[in-house]
Design a protein around this ligand. Structure first.
Ligand code: FMN
Length: 359
Protein backbone atom coordinates (compact mmCIF):
# COMPACT_ATOMS: atom_id res chain seq x y z
CA UNK A 1 0.00 0.00 0.00
CA UNK A 2 1.44 3.42 -0.93
CA UNK A 3 0.08 6.84 -0.02
CA UNK A 4 1.08 10.32 -1.21
CA UNK A 5 -0.27 13.46 0.43
CA UNK A 6 -2.14 16.26 -1.28
CA UNK A 7 -3.25 14.07 -4.15
CA UNK A 8 -6.26 14.87 -6.32
CA UNK A 9 -8.76 12.48 -4.78
CA UNK A 10 -10.28 10.56 -7.66
CA UNK A 11 -13.88 9.84 -6.52
CA UNK A 12 -13.93 6.41 -8.15
CA UNK A 13 -10.76 5.27 -6.41
CA UNK A 14 -11.92 6.88 -3.19
CA UNK A 15 -15.15 4.89 -3.34
CA UNK A 16 -13.01 1.75 -3.70
CA UNK A 17 -10.92 2.74 -0.68
CA UNK A 18 -14.06 3.40 1.40
CA UNK A 19 -15.24 -0.06 0.33
CA UNK A 20 -12.49 -1.69 2.41
CA UNK A 21 -14.37 -0.70 5.54
CA UNK A 22 -17.02 -3.39 6.13
CA UNK A 23 -20.42 -2.32 7.38
CA UNK A 24 -23.80 -3.77 8.14
CA UNK A 25 -26.86 -2.71 6.17
CA UNK A 26 -30.13 -1.25 7.49
CA UNK A 27 -33.48 -0.82 5.79
CA UNK A 28 -34.89 2.64 6.45
CA UNK A 29 -38.64 2.54 5.88
CA UNK A 30 -41.95 4.22 6.67
CA UNK A 31 -45.50 4.46 5.47
CA UNK A 32 -46.03 7.78 3.74
CA UNK A 33 -49.48 8.71 2.36
CA UNK A 34 -50.48 5.03 2.64
CA UNK A 35 -47.49 3.81 0.59
CA UNK A 36 -44.43 1.91 1.80
CA UNK A 37 -41.32 4.00 1.18
CA UNK A 38 -37.82 2.78 1.94
CA UNK A 39 -34.17 2.51 1.07
CA UNK A 40 -31.11 0.49 2.09
CA UNK A 41 -28.26 2.24 3.90
CA UNK A 42 -24.83 0.89 4.79
CA UNK A 43 -23.93 4.07 6.68
CA UNK A 44 -25.78 3.28 9.93
CA UNK A 45 -23.76 4.21 13.02
CA UNK A 46 -24.66 4.35 16.69
CA UNK A 47 -23.98 7.88 17.93
CA UNK A 48 -25.12 8.38 21.54
CA UNK A 49 -26.67 6.39 24.38
CA UNK A 50 -27.97 9.40 26.31
CA UNK A 51 -29.90 10.72 24.52
CA UNK A 52 -30.23 7.65 22.31
CA UNK A 53 -29.10 8.70 18.82
CA UNK A 54 -28.00 6.96 15.65
CA UNK A 55 -27.03 8.33 12.25
CA UNK A 56 -27.25 7.43 8.58
CA UNK A 57 -25.86 9.26 5.57
CA UNK A 58 -28.10 9.73 2.55
CA UNK A 59 -27.00 10.95 -0.89
CA UNK A 60 -28.41 14.43 -1.51
CA UNK A 61 -29.49 13.14 -4.94
CA UNK A 62 -31.82 10.59 -3.27
CA UNK A 63 -35.42 10.94 -4.45
CA UNK A 64 -36.64 8.65 -1.68
CA UNK A 65 -35.28 10.59 1.29
CA UNK A 66 -37.45 13.74 0.72
CA UNK A 67 -40.46 11.36 0.83
CA UNK A 68 -39.24 9.35 3.82
CA UNK A 69 -38.40 12.36 5.96
CA UNK A 70 -42.07 13.42 5.80
CA UNK A 71 -43.00 10.37 7.89
CA UNK A 72 -43.63 11.00 11.57
CA UNK A 73 -41.64 7.90 12.57
CA UNK A 74 -39.02 5.99 10.62
CA UNK A 75 -38.26 2.30 11.04
CA UNK A 76 -34.69 0.98 10.83
CA UNK A 77 -34.14 -2.76 10.42
CA UNK A 78 -30.69 -4.35 10.71
CA UNK A 79 -30.61 -6.80 7.80
CA UNK A 80 -29.59 -10.43 8.20
CA UNK A 81 -27.57 -12.63 5.87
CA UNK A 82 -30.83 -13.78 4.23
CA UNK A 83 -31.68 -10.24 3.15
CA UNK A 84 -29.35 -9.90 0.19
CA UNK A 85 -32.22 -9.93 -2.33
CA UNK A 86 -34.37 -7.67 -0.15
CA UNK A 87 -31.45 -5.27 0.08
CA UNK A 88 -30.93 -5.23 -3.68
CA UNK A 89 -34.65 -4.53 -4.14
CA UNK A 90 -34.52 -1.70 -1.61
CA UNK A 91 -31.83 -0.10 -3.75
CA UNK A 92 -33.71 -0.74 -7.02
CA UNK A 93 -36.91 0.50 -8.74
CA UNK A 94 -39.30 2.19 -6.29
CA UNK A 95 -42.35 0.12 -7.25
CA UNK A 96 -40.68 -3.21 -6.32
CA UNK A 97 -38.85 -2.22 -3.16
CA UNK A 98 -41.06 -4.19 -0.77
CA UNK A 99 -42.01 -7.02 -3.14
CA UNK A 100 -42.20 -10.28 -1.19
CA UNK A 101 -41.04 -8.66 2.08
CA UNK A 102 -43.03 -9.25 5.28
CA UNK A 103 -43.22 -5.97 7.14
CA UNK A 104 -44.74 -4.54 10.30
CA UNK A 105 -46.11 -0.99 10.29
CA UNK A 106 -46.26 0.78 13.67
CA UNK A 107 -49.12 3.10 14.57
CA UNK A 108 -46.72 5.99 13.99
CA UNK A 109 -45.95 4.75 10.45
CA UNK A 110 -42.48 3.25 11.05
CA UNK A 111 -41.92 0.14 8.90
CA UNK A 112 -39.75 -2.85 9.85
CA UNK A 113 -38.86 -6.03 8.02
CA UNK A 114 -40.21 -8.89 10.13
CA UNK A 115 -37.13 -11.11 10.09
CA UNK A 116 -34.50 -8.45 10.79
CA UNK A 117 -31.86 -8.82 13.49
CA UNK A 118 -32.68 -5.58 15.29
CA UNK A 119 -35.19 -2.81 14.74
CA UNK A 120 -35.37 0.81 15.83
CA UNK A 121 -38.14 3.38 15.82
CA UNK A 122 -36.80 6.87 15.14
CA UNK A 123 -37.56 10.48 14.39
CA UNK A 124 -35.26 12.94 12.66
CA UNK A 125 -33.16 14.79 15.27
CA UNK A 126 -30.93 16.76 12.95
CA UNK A 127 -29.95 16.84 9.30
CA UNK A 128 -26.48 18.11 8.46
CA UNK A 129 -25.49 18.94 4.91
CA UNK A 130 -22.19 17.17 4.34
CA UNK A 131 -20.85 17.43 0.79
CA UNK A 132 -22.93 15.31 -1.54
CA UNK A 133 -24.71 13.60 1.40
CA UNK A 134 -26.95 14.54 4.31
CA UNK A 135 -25.86 13.18 7.65
CA UNK A 136 -29.15 12.39 9.30
CA UNK A 137 -29.05 12.05 13.07
CA UNK A 138 -32.03 10.13 14.38
CA UNK A 139 -33.59 10.00 17.88
CA UNK A 140 -34.60 6.54 19.04
CA UNK A 141 -38.03 5.89 20.56
CA UNK A 142 -38.11 2.11 20.60
CA UNK A 143 -36.03 -0.90 19.68
CA UNK A 144 -36.00 -4.69 19.66
CA UNK A 145 -33.52 -7.36 18.66
CA UNK A 146 -33.11 -11.06 17.96
CA UNK A 147 -33.00 -12.88 21.33
CA UNK A 148 -31.51 -16.16 20.19
CA UNK A 149 -27.84 -17.10 20.60
CA UNK A 150 -27.53 -18.82 17.25
CA UNK A 151 -29.76 -16.65 15.08
CA UNK A 152 -28.80 -15.58 11.56
CA UNK A 153 -25.62 -13.58 11.00
CA UNK A 154 -25.83 -9.97 9.79
CA UNK A 155 -25.62 -9.01 6.14
CA UNK A 156 -22.27 -7.33 5.55
CA UNK A 157 -21.44 -4.88 2.77
CA UNK A 158 -17.78 -5.00 1.84
CA UNK A 159 -15.90 -3.89 -1.29
CA UNK A 160 -19.14 -3.25 -3.21
CA UNK A 161 -20.48 -6.73 -2.53
CA UNK A 162 -22.44 -8.62 0.09
CA UNK A 163 -20.90 -11.08 2.46
CA UNK A 164 -21.68 -12.35 5.94
CA UNK A 165 -19.74 -12.88 9.12
CA UNK A 166 -18.60 -16.43 8.62
CA UNK A 167 -18.92 -18.52 11.73
CA UNK A 168 -16.56 -21.34 10.87
CA UNK A 169 -16.50 -24.26 13.28
CA UNK A 170 -13.03 -25.15 12.04
CA UNK A 171 -9.78 -23.43 12.88
CA UNK A 172 -7.67 -22.01 10.03
CA UNK A 173 -4.78 -24.19 8.84
CA UNK A 174 -1.76 -24.11 11.20
CA UNK A 175 1.24 -23.45 8.96
CA UNK A 176 4.98 -23.21 9.63
CA UNK A 177 5.15 -20.04 7.54
CA UNK A 178 2.36 -17.66 6.55
CA UNK A 179 0.35 -18.61 3.47
CA UNK A 180 -2.17 -16.48 1.52
CA UNK A 181 -5.07 -15.76 3.91
CA UNK A 182 -7.58 -17.06 1.38
CA UNK A 183 -5.80 -20.43 1.45
CA UNK A 184 -5.23 -20.47 5.20
CA UNK A 185 -8.91 -19.94 5.95
CA UNK A 186 -10.24 -22.23 3.21
CA UNK A 187 -11.69 -25.55 4.24
CA UNK A 188 -14.22 -27.99 2.87
CA UNK A 189 -17.49 -27.91 4.83
CA UNK A 190 -20.35 -30.30 4.34
CA UNK A 191 -22.90 -27.80 5.56
CA UNK A 192 -24.22 -25.26 3.06
CA UNK A 193 -26.83 -22.54 3.43
CA UNK A 194 -29.87 -23.97 1.60
CA UNK A 195 -31.27 -20.47 0.95
CA UNK A 196 -28.17 -19.09 -0.71
CA UNK A 197 -28.05 -18.81 -4.50
CA UNK A 198 -24.83 -18.28 -6.44
CA UNK A 199 -25.45 -15.61 -9.08
CA UNK A 200 -24.48 -15.68 -12.74
CA UNK A 201 -21.36 -13.61 -12.25
CA UNK A 202 -20.02 -15.78 -9.43
CA UNK A 203 -20.69 -18.99 -11.38
CA UNK A 204 -18.98 -17.58 -14.48
CA UNK A 205 -16.07 -16.37 -12.38
CA UNK A 206 -15.59 -19.89 -10.97
CA UNK A 207 -15.72 -21.49 -14.42
CA UNK A 208 -13.31 -18.87 -15.77
CA UNK A 209 -10.73 -19.75 -13.11
CA UNK A 210 -11.06 -23.41 -14.10
CA UNK A 211 -10.61 -22.41 -17.75
CA UNK A 212 -7.48 -20.39 -17.03
CA UNK A 213 -5.75 -23.00 -14.87
CA UNK A 214 -2.42 -24.21 -16.32
CA UNK A 215 -2.44 -27.25 -18.56
CA UNK A 216 0.18 -29.57 -20.02
CA UNK A 217 1.01 -28.36 -23.57
CA UNK A 218 -2.16 -26.31 -23.17
CA UNK A 219 -4.17 -29.37 -24.19
CA UNK A 220 -6.89 -28.62 -21.66
CA UNK A 221 -8.19 -32.18 -21.43
CA UNK A 222 -10.96 -31.20 -19.02
CA UNK A 223 -14.62 -30.36 -19.35
CA UNK A 224 -17.24 -29.29 -16.83
CA UNK A 225 -20.93 -29.58 -16.10
CA UNK A 226 -22.19 -26.78 -13.89
CA UNK A 227 -25.66 -26.76 -12.37
CA UNK A 228 -27.39 -24.56 -9.85
CA UNK A 229 -29.71 -25.90 -7.16
CA UNK A 230 -33.27 -26.10 -8.40
CA UNK A 231 -32.35 -27.15 -11.95
CA UNK A 232 -32.98 -30.64 -13.45
CA UNK A 233 -29.23 -30.94 -14.10
CA UNK A 234 -28.47 -30.36 -10.40
CA UNK A 235 -30.97 -33.07 -9.43
CA UNK A 236 -29.49 -35.44 -12.02
CA UNK A 237 -26.00 -34.96 -10.53
CA UNK A 238 -27.35 -35.44 -6.99
CA UNK A 239 -28.90 -38.75 -8.09
CA UNK A 240 -25.41 -40.08 -8.86
CA UNK A 241 -23.93 -39.23 -5.41
CA UNK A 242 -23.37 -41.93 -2.83
CA UNK A 243 -25.60 -42.01 0.23
CA UNK A 244 -23.16 -40.15 2.51
CA UNK A 245 -22.72 -37.27 0.08
CA UNK A 246 -26.42 -37.14 -0.72
CA UNK A 247 -27.09 -36.24 2.94
CA UNK A 248 -25.51 -32.81 2.61
CA UNK A 249 -24.62 -31.92 -1.00
CA UNK A 250 -28.20 -31.07 -2.15
CA UNK A 251 -28.05 -27.93 0.01
CA UNK A 252 -25.10 -26.52 -1.98
CA UNK A 253 -25.85 -23.67 -4.39
CA UNK A 254 -23.86 -25.14 -7.27
CA UNK A 255 -22.49 -28.53 -8.32
CA UNK A 256 -19.60 -28.65 -10.78
CA UNK A 257 -18.67 -31.98 -12.36
CA UNK A 258 -15.03 -32.16 -13.44
CA UNK A 259 -14.57 -34.40 -16.47
CA UNK A 260 -11.23 -35.77 -17.60
CA UNK A 261 -10.76 -36.23 -21.36
CA UNK A 262 -8.54 -39.29 -21.76
CA UNK A 263 -7.57 -38.94 -25.41
CA UNK A 264 -7.85 -36.67 -28.42
CA UNK A 265 -10.29 -37.47 -31.27
CA UNK A 266 -7.62 -39.65 -32.95
CA UNK A 267 -7.19 -41.73 -29.79
CA UNK A 268 -3.84 -40.28 -28.70
CA UNK A 269 -3.88 -40.19 -24.87
CA UNK A 270 -3.49 -36.91 -23.02
CA UNK A 271 -0.67 -37.77 -20.59
CA UNK A 272 -1.71 -35.35 -17.84
CA UNK A 273 -5.49 -35.45 -18.13
CA UNK A 274 -6.15 -36.22 -14.44
CA UNK A 275 -3.57 -33.74 -13.25
CA UNK A 276 -4.88 -30.93 -15.45
CA UNK A 277 -8.47 -31.59 -14.39
CA UNK A 278 -7.54 -31.54 -10.69
CA UNK A 279 -5.61 -28.35 -11.21
CA UNK A 280 -8.64 -26.64 -12.74
CA UNK A 281 -10.78 -27.57 -9.73
CA UNK A 282 -8.05 -26.47 -7.31
CA UNK A 283 -8.14 -23.04 -8.93
CA UNK A 284 -11.92 -23.01 -8.83
CA UNK A 285 -11.82 -23.74 -5.09
CA UNK A 286 -9.41 -20.88 -4.47
CA UNK A 287 -11.60 -18.52 -6.46
CA UNK A 288 -14.65 -19.72 -4.52
CA UNK A 289 -12.84 -18.89 -1.26
CA UNK A 290 -11.88 -15.53 -2.72
CA UNK A 291 -15.58 -14.83 -3.34
CA UNK A 292 -16.39 -15.77 0.26
CA UNK A 293 -17.86 -19.09 -0.84
CA UNK A 294 -17.14 -22.56 0.49
CA UNK A 295 -16.58 -25.68 -1.61
CA UNK A 296 -16.09 -29.40 -1.12
CA UNK A 297 -15.03 -31.94 -3.70
CA UNK A 298 -16.59 -35.39 -3.91
CA UNK A 299 -15.22 -38.54 -5.39
CA UNK A 300 -18.12 -40.52 -3.94
CA UNK A 301 -20.49 -40.73 -6.90
CA UNK A 302 -21.36 -43.15 -9.68
CA UNK A 303 -19.28 -41.96 -12.63
CA UNK A 304 -20.73 -44.56 -15.02
CA UNK A 305 -24.27 -43.48 -14.23
CA UNK A 306 -23.31 -39.83 -14.61
CA UNK A 307 -21.73 -40.55 -18.03
CA UNK A 308 -24.94 -42.31 -19.06
CA UNK A 309 -27.22 -39.52 -17.82
CA UNK A 310 -25.27 -36.88 -19.72
CA UNK A 311 -24.39 -38.98 -22.76
CA UNK A 312 -20.64 -38.43 -22.29
CA UNK A 313 -18.37 -39.75 -25.08
CA UNK A 314 -16.23 -42.78 -24.27
CA UNK A 315 -13.03 -40.80 -23.71
CA UNK A 316 -14.74 -38.52 -21.14
CA UNK A 317 -14.80 -39.59 -17.48
CA UNK A 318 -16.25 -37.65 -14.55
CA UNK A 319 -13.59 -37.42 -11.84
CA UNK A 320 -15.17 -35.34 -9.08
CA UNK A 321 -18.27 -33.36 -8.25
CA UNK A 322 -17.55 -30.10 -6.39
CA UNK A 323 -20.22 -28.54 -4.19
CA UNK A 324 -20.07 -24.73 -3.91
CA UNK A 325 -22.14 -22.39 -1.75
CA UNK A 326 -22.25 -20.34 1.40
CA UNK A 327 -21.02 -22.30 4.42
CA UNK A 328 -24.01 -23.31 6.52
CA UNK A 329 -24.68 -24.26 10.10
CA UNK A 330 -23.34 -27.38 11.76
CA UNK A 331 -26.70 -27.98 13.44
CA UNK A 332 -28.40 -28.44 10.07
CA UNK A 333 -26.48 -31.67 9.42
CA UNK A 334 -27.55 -35.12 10.65
CA UNK A 335 -25.81 -36.55 13.71
CA UNK A 336 -23.46 -38.89 11.88
CA UNK A 337 -22.38 -36.19 9.42
CA UNK A 338 -21.82 -33.73 12.30
CA UNK A 339 -19.46 -36.25 13.87
CA UNK A 340 -17.47 -36.54 10.64
CA UNK A 341 -17.58 -32.78 10.18
CA UNK A 342 -16.08 -32.16 13.62
CA UNK A 343 -13.04 -34.34 12.95
CA UNK A 344 -9.94 -32.15 13.24
CA UNK A 345 -8.30 -30.99 10.03
CA UNK A 346 -4.87 -32.57 9.94
CA UNK A 347 -2.10 -32.92 7.39
CA UNK A 348 1.13 -34.89 7.17
CA UNK A 349 4.05 -32.93 8.66
CA UNK A 350 6.03 -30.99 6.09
CA UNK A 351 9.22 -33.03 6.58
CA UNK A 352 7.33 -36.25 5.84
CA UNK A 353 5.65 -34.75 2.81
CA UNK A 354 8.74 -33.19 1.25
CA UNK A 355 11.17 -35.96 0.38
CA UNK A 356 14.10 -33.71 -0.42
CA UNK A 357 14.55 -30.13 0.62
CA UNK A 358 18.01 -28.91 -0.22
CA UNK A 359 18.83 -25.56 1.38
C1 FMN B 1 -10.54 -36.26 -5.17
C2 FMN B 1 -11.29 -35.93 -3.93
C3 FMN B 1 -12.41 -36.67 -3.59
C4 FMN B 1 -13.17 -36.36 -2.45
N1 FMN B 1 -14.30 -37.06 -2.17
C5 FMN B 1 -15.11 -36.70 -1.14
C6 FMN B 1 -16.39 -37.30 -0.96
O1 FMN B 1 -16.86 -38.14 -1.72
N2 FMN B 1 -17.14 -36.88 0.08
C7 FMN B 1 -16.71 -35.94 0.94
O2 FMN B 1 -17.44 -35.60 1.87
N3 FMN B 1 -15.51 -35.32 0.77
C8 FMN B 1 -14.70 -35.68 -0.25
N4 FMN B 1 -13.51 -35.01 -0.47
C9 FMN B 1 -13.14 -33.90 0.42
C10 FMN B 1 -11.97 -34.26 1.29
O3 FMN B 1 -12.38 -35.19 2.24
C11 FMN B 1 -11.49 -32.98 1.94
O4 FMN B 1 -10.96 -32.14 0.94
C12 FMN B 1 -10.43 -33.30 2.98
O5 FMN B 1 -11.04 -33.88 4.08
C13 FMN B 1 -9.70 -32.06 3.38
O6 FMN B 1 -10.58 -31.14 3.95
P1 FMN B 1 -10.24 -29.60 3.96
O7 FMN B 1 -10.32 -29.16 2.53
O8 FMN B 1 -11.30 -29.00 4.83
O9 FMN B 1 -8.89 -29.45 4.53
C14 FMN B 1 -12.75 -35.30 -1.61
C15 FMN B 1 -11.62 -34.54 -1.96
C16 FMN B 1 -10.91 -34.83 -3.10
C17 FMN B 1 -9.70 -33.99 -3.44
Amino acid sequence: MSLSTNQDLDPLRLRQAFGFFPSGVVAVAAEVDGELVGLAASSFTSVSLDPPLVSISIASSSKTWPELRRAKYLGLTVLSEHHEDVCRRLSGPVAQRFEGADVTVSTGGAVWLDDGLAAFECTVYQEVEAGDHFMVILSLHGFGHDETDDGPAPLVFHRSGFTTLARPYKEPAVTEAPIAPVLASRWSPRSFDPEYAVDDEAETSLLETARWAPSNSNQQPRRFISARRGTPTFDAIVSTLNERNRRWAPRASLLVVAIRVAADPLGTPYPHADYDTGQAIAHLQVQAANLGLASRQMGGFDAARLAELFGLPESYAAVTVTAVGLAGRLEDLDEETIERELAPRVRMPLDELVLVRDR
